[in-house]
Design a protein around this ligand. Structure first.
Ligand code: SF4
Length: 270
C-alpha cells in the first residue's frame, strides 16, 4: 500500500555541521534543473514525489552488466566494442563493485572547497591500453526511430556521464573525454510477441564537457548553506499548480475561521 506523501526529517543538510555532506549525482542534476526544488528537498525535507522504478530498464541493465562482466573476467573486448572499433576492454578493478553501487556508495569524491562528498553509481567503465577510463552508461528504450542522444531528455543523459567523468577525475583517475552509451531499443514492430522482446543494441560515443560542473557545484553549495529559498523555475507548471492550490486552500481556511469567529460573537461575519 502506498504510504502517501512523507516529509523527510532525517538526513537533512545542517549548515552548522562541520561534517562533509553527501550528495548524489541526481541531486546535482536536481539543482541544475531547479534550485528551489533542490532547496526544498535538502534543507526543508520536502522531496519531489517519486515514481515506481522501470523494472524492464533495470532488467536490461542487469543483463548487460552480466554480459560485460564475462569479458571483464577474461580481459577481452565485448563483440560490440570490436564492432564499433573501440580499443578498450571492460575495466577489471576491485573498486568496480563499489563504483556500481548507486544506492549507497558509487564513485565518491570529497570536494574540499565545499566540504561536499559528491557521488555517483556507474554502469560500467572500459579501459584503453594507455590506461584511460571511458565512462559507460546503459540505456534502454522502445521507439520506432533510430535512437540518438540529441533529444531534449538525452541532454540529461549527457550531463549524467559528464558528472561521472568529473567524479573519476576528482579521485585522481585518468579519464578519456569520450563516454559511451550502450543503447538498447526494444523492437515493438515484430509481427508477434511470443513471450520475447527483441532489442537492437547501439553504442553511441559522447565527447564530454565537464567545464560547467565545478561552477555549478559552487553555486549549489552557496544555495545549500544559504537561508534564502530560491525562486521557482518559471517554465515549470507544477509550482504554478502548487501555488494556486495552496492559495485556494488557505483562502478557504481563512473564510471558515471568519465565519466561526462571527458565529461565536453573534454577527454574520460576511
Ligand atoms: S518550479 Fe518546479 S521544479 Fe522548481 S520548485 Fe517548483 S515544482 Fe519544483
Amino acid at each position: 500500500m502506498p504510504k502517501g506523501y512523507q516529509k523527510r526529517t532525517r538526513g537533512l543538510f545542517d549548515p552548522n555541521s562541520e561534517e562533509p555532506y553527501r550528495l548524489s549525482r541526481s541531486k546535482i542534476d536536481l539543482f541544475h534543473e531547479c534550485p528551489r526544488c533542490f532547496y526544498l528537498d535538502q534543507r526543508l525535507g520536502i522531496p519531489r514525489t517519486s515514481f515506481p522504478a522501470f523494472s524492464l530498464n533495470n532488467a536490461v541493465d542487469e543483463l548487460l552488466k552480466r554480459e560485460f562482466d564475462i569479458h571483464r573476467a577474461k580481459g577481452s573486448a565485448h563483440p560490440l566494442m570490436k564492432a564499433y572499433k573501440i580499443d578498450a576492454v571492460p575495466l577489471k578493478d576491485s573498486r568496480m563493485e563499489e563504483w556500481r553501487d548507486a544506492l549507497r556508495r558509487g564513485v565518491q569524491y570529497h570536494h574540499k572547497p565545499t566540504n561536499l562528498i559528491l557521488r555517483g553509481g556507474l554502469d560500467d567503465v572500459w579501459v584503453t591500453p594507455e590506461g584511460a577510463l571511458h565512462v559507460v552508461d546503459y540505456k534502454a528504450t522502445s521507439k520506432k526511430d533510430e535512437v540518438t542522444i540529441d533529444g531534449y531528455w538525452q541532454q540529461g543523459y549527457k550531463r549524467q556521464v559528464e558528472i561521472y567523468q568529473w567524479l573519476l577525475r576528482g579521485i585522481g583517475e585518468k579519464v578519456s573525454d569520450i563516454a559511451y552509451f550502450v543503447y538498447v531499443n526494444g523492437n515493438s514492430e515484430a509481427p508477434s510477441f511470443d513471450g520475447k522482446l527483441e532489442f537492437d543494441v547501439k553504442v553511441i560515443p559522447h565527447k564530454g564537457d565537464t567545464s560547467w560542473i565545478e561552477p555549478l557545484v559552487l553555486k549549489m553549495n552557496d544555495c545549500l548553506r544559504g537561508e534564502e529559498v530560491p525562486a521557482a523555475n518559471p517554465t515549470c507548471e507544477y509550482c504554478g499548480y502548487r501555488e494556486a492550490a495552496g492559495k485556494e486552500l488557505q483562502a478557504r481556511v481563512a473564510k471558515k475561521r471568519v465565519v466561526k469567529k462571527a458565529a461565536g460573537s453573534g454577527t454574520l461575519g460576511i
